[in-house]
Design a protein around this ligand. Structure first.
Ligand code: PEP
Ligand code: CO
Length: 455
């Protein structure tokens, strides 16, 4: 079933008539129009066939037949568009997906916060240091991070630079995946340094060993390569925040009879921009991509029901994912009424848990961090609450990196507040380092399948 917005009622530009929150204030609007027109002539980053394939996988996850793993940086940076950083991020996501596959016994849908995660919502439009006030940093798509007037003025040319880097990133990911990097027969491709000397390494290696043995057995018995083991799909996602950028890559595809955002497979809408009459909701109702909405403690049952009615009026399977980010101390209160509210609509959704954004805190010296135990606790509670209510958690959403950063505390190595200064590199939110990310996947797998602990 496809939704066909009436073309006289919706167009990639109709959002412009509404209030759009969290948009940069560009000093020169003609320059923005020029860039949008340039962008709209460039070839797309993704294809409609891939988008629809992901949508049908999300539909399977809604039915409990697959599980979504979405992860990557809070904000990708242009400077980290390097082969090393991209390969490491892909490696940790592949490792986590293998652990989850083993623990949950379901196909894992792998989605990076990658190849376009360059625009950030901010709690304030300006930042003040001493007696200087400048526009806030809104991500590399908009302005630059250093605190100078020149760097902080939104520069439309950065949309072109971001588009190019998104394409470079996805091109490299595709080449790695097509070249056999993601082959389940060769998990040694994904070994990161720590695999040889980490407290989590043994648990991981045993899972990998068991999977290899199972694959060998299947292939000996059937005389064929195990289906899907050699090549995995890998999808891109980003917060679809910057509407001129998203509009520029929105195309009418005659053969599909629909509008597609071809800048990413799977955009999401933050709660800050999800007011029913906000321009974002207007834009997202018209495209065919699967989309997600972030839900925080302030989301009401009525608001959510209205969002589903506007964004998925025909209750199409695979269209909607709800990414909940309440915090370990609020989920118990916030999630059940929303599960009930969605159930009352009869509209299919995929429930995912983002255990990062509701658990952000500041240390005594003012550094933003997140505690491993709170992150794990929110995910475990999400699984349990869904199960208790006859629903199911179908995905997880993490901020992580393939590097050895020290931004979140806790985990097997017991990072403390004092460690944060050692390798704190995020420009926005604190990410799990590779070891913490894998440990989290192992703990989720353990909690959901008691047999893992004894692997
Ligand atoms: C994010 O995902 O980086 C983000 C800003 O999240 P939220 O809008 O849920 O706070
Ligand atoms: Co973030």
């Amino acid at each position: 079933m496809t939704r066909k917005p009436n073309p006289t009622d919706w167009h990639p530009t109709t959002w412009q008539k509404l209030q759009a929150t969290q948009q940069p204030l560009y000093p020169d609007s003609a320059a923005v129009e020029h860039v949008v027109s340039e962008l709209s002539k460039l070839p797309p980053i993704v294809t409609s066939g891939e988008i629809l394939a992901l949508k049908s996988q999300i539909a399977a996850a809604q039915r409990g037949e697959a599980f979504l793993l979405q992860g990557g940086d809070c904000a990708e940076s242009f400077a980290e568009c390097t082969s090393d950083a991209i390969a490491k991020k892909l490696k940790i996501l592949l490792q986590m997906s293998v652990v989850l596959l083993y623990g949950l016994k379901k196909p894992i849908i792998r989605v990076g916060r990658m190849a376009g995660q360059y625009a950030k919502p901010r709690s304030a439009d300006t930042e003040t240091r001493g007696d200087e006030t400048l526009p806030s940093y809104r991500g590399d798509l908009v302005n630059r991070h250093p605190f100078t007037a020149e760097d902080r003025i939104p520069d439309p040319q950065l949309m072109l630079r971001g588009y190019e880097r998104a394409a470079l990133t996805l091109n490299f990911v595709r080449a790695l995946v097509d070249g056999g990097f993601a082959d389940l027969h060769h998990p040694e491709n994904w070994d990161l340094d720590f695999v040889h000397h980490s407290p989590t390494a043994d648990r991981y290696q045993r899972i990998v060993h068991n999977i290899s043995e199972s694959l060998d057995l299947i292939e000996v018995v059937t005389g064929q390569a195990a289906y899907g083991a050699q090549r995995v799909d890998f999808y891109s996602s980003h917060e679809g925040l910057h509407l001129p950028y998203e509009q520029a890559q929105t195309r009418w595809l005659e053969k599909r009879n629909g509008w597609f955002n071809l800048a990413t497979h799977f955009p999401w809408v933050g709660m800050r921009t999800a007011a029913i009459d906000d321009a974002h909701v207007e834009y997202y109702r018209g495209i065919e991509n699967p989309i997600a909405i972030k839900l925080g403690p302030a989301m009401s049952a009525e608001w959510l029901q209205e969002l589903l009615a506007v964004l998925n009026p025909r209750a199409e399977p695979g269209r909607m994912t709800l990414i909940c980010r309440f915090g370990a101390d609020k989920i118990e209160q916030s999630l059940p009424p929303l599960i009930q509210a969605v159930r009352a609509t009869g509209s299919p959704v995929l429930w995912s848990c983002d255990p990062m954004h509701g658990n952000t805190e500041s240390t005594a010296s003012g550094v933003k961090t997140r505690r491993f135990d709170n992150i794990l606790s929110e995910v475990k509670q999400a699984f349990r609450i869904h199960r208790d209510m006859g629903s199911h958690l179908g995905g997880v959403h993490f901020e992580l990196t393939g590097d050895d950063v020290t931004e979140c505390t806790g985990g097997a190595r017991g990072l403390t507040d004092a460690d944060l200064q050692r390798a704190y590199r995020s420009t926005v939110d604190p990410r799990l380092n590779y070891e913490q990310a894998l440990e989290l996947a192992l703990n989720i797998a353990d909690a959901e399948n008691g047999s893992i602990g004894g692997v």
